[in-house]
Design a protein around this ligand. Sequence first.
Ligand SMILES: [Zn+2]
Length: 148
Amino acid sequence: MSAHLKAKTLKKAIDTGMVISLKGLALGLHHYEWSLGRDFFASFENQELIDAHLEVRVALEREVDRIMVESALQGSVVRSCDRCLGDVSIPILCNDKEVILLEPDQEELDLSQYLYDSVCVNLPFQTLHPSGECDPVMMQKLAELSVN
Ligand SMILES: [Zn+2]
């Protein structure tokens, strides 16, 4: 069962090109770039993100038994406003650094989960339009509902 799940996750990552084959990967620095859109987040069954436009740059530094991952994410994601339910564009700009220890027989490194987590931890707890910029029609409707 778990092997099946793992295979499924891996296939998804190959589709988006985020599985790095370690077999031919020389020691030293390697650079990668990806664009993450709505499909990437939909593949994680994330219903909260309506849209996404993110550019990702990753520098991998391979050593014998570990890999240093440095990632830079830039762009925006769209979520629903917690007040009026309208679309809110949330700018994302973050840099992360992590050391991943490699198993002796490890052949691949899947970065999709790592990048997904990097985006999610940088999202604000609440999604709200700036004060006064909520959809006035929707706010009127909500006000009427709360009176009744
Ligand atoms: Zn709003």
